[in-house]
Structures are given as structure tokens and as C-alpha cells.
Design a protein around this ligand. Structure first.
Ligand SMILES: Cc1ncc(C[n+]2csc(CCOP(=O)(O)OP(=O)(O)O)c2C)c(N)n1
Ligand code: SF4
Length: 308
């Protein structure tokens, strides 16, 4: 699975997602989209459903996109992107890249049916989920991608419950189960890994899925200047595994430090204490989450071994 590494120094100067947008300071989604557009270039058509990205970059007349961009409804990113690609193909413009950019709510929950259908048909599109782990645009409601224990406005931390009681839905594994050509996880804190994956996905045919860890300082109660630090800690603690699945083979790209027993060396507590959304968590809850992370890491390793 070798490919030429792309670093931020390889990117062109011109922004195809321009400054002046209204994302919060430190928004991971804005960092992702600006850099991704430099990889994709001008021959790109974008679809975004309702989400923060639509609001901060795509509300008329203050539009940041310098390429054609479409919005229809919240639940149909994959099918609208696929329709755009088919229309381009029919009009002799098959060389254009079509990218659907959706949040985790628009992907893991409401967009899942359209996503699954498009993946099963192997539509020729690149689908990117920027994962800020809640419905942020409408006021921080929990999604299927919100982690265990996190405070959101629909999983409050009070006497009855203390944050989300369910674990994070593993959407990349759901996409792998669709047997599509490319599935990868990435993070705004690992730019070379991210840009290399974007470049690779851009140049492939068929259905490609990327899920990118995108810090949300506002919804996570994190100072904006800690955006990248928090994202790095997610990988170091095993809360986020960086891997890619390409034509049936899986590779973990960054392996976190392990102790002498093969367990994750950096405790999940180090990640949680950086964020207000986890502040209320009890020792028992932290232990529950640590167990889940240890098991997830072992499962990721086993999958890598199985998919060689
Ligand atoms: C069918 C439908 N239901 C609900 C909404 C309201 N809505 C707009 S954006 C949004 C949240 C989007 O969350 P997510 O996809 O996680 O993206 P984020 O806002 O976090 O960027 C919701 C619920 C809508 N536009 N359409
Ligand atoms: S709420 Fe979060 S995802 Fe939305 S613009 Fe602000 S930082 Fe970005």
C-alpha cells in the first residue's frame, strides 16, 4: 500500500475554500476542508448537507467555495453526490472529482441509508465524514458517533445520567463491510497522513470513504489553540486509530505507544481531562471507557492481521 507522501509544503498557495468564512476559531472541519481542497484542485464538485460546514462556508451570498457546490437535504449526501457524478459522466466530464462532505450526524445517523446504498453500488465518489462527534450546528446534540461519557445537550451530565451511555458507532468498519475500494480514517493532527490519503482517494475509482477526526472547540469545551493537541492525544490514547483499508487489505498507519503487556501506554484519562465535555466523568466511567479503548485497539490490530 505504498504511495507518495504529500506534505503541507507540497500544497498550492491558492485557496479553493477561502478565508472569511464564519467557522469558530480552531474549527477542525475548517482546517480539513481548506487543505483538502488544495489536494483536490479546481476540477472538483462538492456536495454538503445541512451542517456547520454549510453554514460557515456556504450561505449565500458569502460562499467560500471556489468550485461548484451543491446542497439538497440533510440525509442524502451520498446519493446526491452519486447523481452529480453520473450527470457529469453523461455529459462527457467524467474526469471531475465529486466529493460529499458531511458531518457525523449526517453520516452515522440520518445519512446512513443513502451512504450504504451508494457504497453497495460502488458509485464513483469520495465521501468524507468530518467527525466532530455530535450535531454541532443545531446546538451540540449527541450522534451515533459521540463517544461514551461525553456531555451533549441531549446527553446531559446530571443526576439521572452522566453524559452519553452508549459507545461510539464504528462507521469505518461498517463501510469496510460494504467491500468498497477504499476506507480510511485520518486526523487534522497528522497532516502528512491526511493529505496522502486524500491524494490517494482522489485518484482512485469507485466508492471511497474517509472519516476525519475534526476537533470542535465549541462543542467539546476545548480552547481553540488546543485543537491539534487534543487531536494528537486521541491517537496516542487509542481513542482514534489511523488506518486505511485498500482493496481488501488493512494497514494501521500510526501505532500508539504500548506498555510491556501490549496495552495502550497513555491512559484515556489524559485525553478526557483536556475537554470540558468529559469533566463530570466518574472514575468508574473512565475505567469503563478505558476497557472499551483497550478492546477496540486489540480488535483493530486483529483486523489488520486478518486483512493482509
Ligand atoms: C431532515 C432534517 N432534519 C434535521 C435538520 C436540522 N439540522 C440541520 S444541521 C443539523 C446537525 C448536523 O449535524 P452533523 O451532521 O453532525 O454536522 P455538524 O453540524 O456537526 O457540522 C441538523 C439536525 C435538517 N436540516 N434536516
Ligand atoms: S461548532 Fe464546532 S464544528 Fe461547528 S464551526 Fe464551531 S468549531 Fe467548527
Amino acid at each position: 500500500m505504498s504511495s507518495t507522501k504529500i506534505t503541507i509544503h507540497d500544497l498550492p498557495k491558492e485557496n479553493l475554500f477561502t478565508g472569511g468564512h464564519t467557522a469558530c476559531p480552531g474549527c477542525g472541519a475548517a482546517i480539513l476542508v481548506r487543505n483538502a481542497m488544495k489536494v483536490f484542485g479546481k476540477n472538483t464538485v462538492i456536495y454538503t448537507p445541512a451542517n456547520c460546514l454549510l453554514v460557515f462556508g456556504g450561505t449565500y451570498p458569502n460562499i467560500s467555495w471556489k468550485v461548484p457546490y451543491h446542497h439538497v437535504a440533510f440525509e442524502n449526501t451520498a446519493v446526491c453526490s452519486a447523481g452529480i457524478k453520473r450527470a457529469l459522466k453523461a455529459s462527457g466530464k467524467d474526469d471531475a472529482l465529486v466529493v460529499g462532505f458531511a458531518g457525523d450526524g449526517g453520516t452515522a445517523d440520518i445519512g446512513m441509508q443513502a451512504l450504504s446504498g451508494a457504497a453497495e453500488r460502488n458509485e464513483d465518489i469520495l465521501y468524507i465524514m468530518y467527525d466532530n462527534e455530535a450535531y454541532m450546528n443545531t446546538g451540540i446534540q449527541r450522534s451515533g458517533s459521540t463517544p461514551y461519557g461525553a456531555w451533549t445537550t441531549t446527553t446531559p451530565a446530571g443526576k439521572v445520567i452522566k453524559g452519553k451511555e452508549r459507545f461510539k458507532k464504528d462507521v469505518p468498519q461498517i463501510m469496510i463491510a460494504h467491500n468498497v475500494p477504499y476506507v480510511a480514517t485520518a486526523s487534522i493532527a497528522y497532516p502528512t497522513d491526511l493529505l496522502t490519503k486524500l491524494e490517494k482517494a482522489k485518484n482512485m475509482k469507485g466508492f471511497r470513504y474517509l472519516q476525519v477526526y475534526s476537533t470542535c472547540p465549541t462543542g467539546w469545551r476545548v480552547p481553540p489553540e488546543k485543537t491539534v493537541e487534543v487531536a494528537k492525544k486521541a491517537v496516542e490514547t487509542g481513542m482514534w486509530t489511523l488506518y486505511e483499508y485498500e482493496n481488501g487489505k488493512m494497514t494501521i498507519n500510526v501505532k500508539p505507544k504500548l506498555d510491556e503487556n501490549g496495552n495502550l501506554a497513555v491512559p484515556v484519562r489524559d485525553y478526557l481531562k483536556m475537554q470540558g465535555r468529559f469533566r463530570h466523568m466518574t472514575d468508574a466511567q473512565i475505567e469503563t471507557l478505558q476497557k472499551w479503548v483497550n478492546e477496540k485497539w486489540k480488535r483493530d490490530l486483529a483486523l489488520e492481521k486478518a486483512l493482509q
